[in-house]
Design a binder for this molecule. Structure first.
Ligand SMILES: NC(=O)c1ccc[n+]([C@@H]2O[C@H](COP(=O)([O-])OP(=O)(O)OC[C@H]3O[C@@H](n4cnc5c(N)ncnc54)[C@H](OP(=O)(O)O)[C@@H]3O)[C@@H](O)[C@H]2O)c1
Length: 267
């Protein structure tokens, strides 16, 4: 048996803003009690109140820093005993710097949060779901997983690794009734660009962004259909089709124009 259409319990990491917040709303609207995880307690509590005020199941607030071993191990203990129907690895950060001027600490933080933590939680929760015989994992990667992106190298490397990991894991777990879907959003209107220190004079900062609600809806719909990879919206699908037609070096050069700025040259 694979994922059921009724989601009763779900977990969303990084639910205090942006795509994670929209995913929590989307899951709650479908009747799920959602465990919302992030560091900012006030934001999580506000979200739980807002969802409950709409007559939807009140989310469970779990304040945790996923980069803190104690917090992570405590959460793992809870979820391995009683795995949710749907588990979403969404928490993540970006970093928009030329590689040689990125500090080691930020690099390690990004790789841990965007890649190692989703792998570790997929192992814990995926194992418990397999034992039960069903469940669904949604890993939030990025459209950057398909492109080398200068001045964004660590992020696109982490997201590419997450995409390939998740596709591989889906093949391993699907026969046991557990699916792994990877959501690959494009530019989305969230706090991501401020949190990741994106320079406001870059082209990428000024390009139009998708609504996180649309991204979340596409992700959950794809998960329920058992899709392996979800690329939300027609614009991104066209971009991926072009990616196969245009010489690769041109694409990398275009990505570099969008990501690297005049200010980066001074770093
Ligand atoms: N926005 C985009 O254009 C875009 C495009 C493609 C993919 N994505 C991916 O989408 C996901 C969500 O990003 P977003 O755009 O919604 O950005 P966002 O609004 O900045 O949300 C990031 C979330 O991650 C949480 N988080 C960060 N560090 C954490 C930590 N150490 N422990 C626990 N939670 C942590 C933040 O909560 P706290 O600060 O409260 O902990 C926040 O809820 C990320 O994986 C990102 O890579 C975003």
């Amino acid at each position: 048996m694979t994922m059921r259409n009724t989601i009763r319990r779900a977990v969303v990491t990084g639910a205090s803003s942006g795509i994670g917040e929209a995913l929590a709303w989307e899951l709650a609207r479908r009747g799920a009690t959602v465990e919302i995880v992030a560091r900012r307690k006030t934001r999580l509590e506000k979200l739980a109140d807002a969802i409950h005020a709409r007559g939807l199941p009140r989310p469970i607030v779990r304040v945790a820093d996923l980069l803190n071993e104690v917090d992570l191990a405590t959460l793992e203990g809870t979820w391995s005993e009683n795995p949710p129907d749907v588990f979403v690895n969404n928490a993540g950060v970006g970093m928009n710097r030329p590689f040689l001027s990125s500090d080691l600490e930020s690099m390690e933080r990004l790789i841990t949060l965007d890649l190692e933590v989703p792998m570790r939680l997929s192992r814990t929760v995926g194992g418990a779901m397999v034992e039960r015989g069903w469940g669904a994992i949604l890993n939030v990667a990025s459209i950057a997983a398909f492109f080398p992106t200068p001045c964004h190298a660590v992020y696109s490397a982490a997201k590419t690794a997450l995409l390939l990991f998740s596709e591989s894991l889906d093949l391993e777990l699907r026969p046991s009734g557990v699916t792994v879907t990877t959501l690959c959003p494009g530019l989305t209107n969230t706090e991501f660009f401020e949190a990741g220190d994106y320079l406001t004079d870059s082209l990428v900062y000024r390009m139009s962004r998708d609504d996180p609600k649309d991204v979340a809806r596409a992700g959950i719909k794809g998960l329920l259909k058992g899709r392996v990879v979800v690329v939300p919206g027609i614009k991104l699908k066209v971009l991926l089709a072009l990616q196969r037609l245009i010489p690769h070096r041109w694409l990398v050069a275009a990505a570099g124009k969008a990501m690297c700025t005049e200010s980066h040259r001074g770093l």
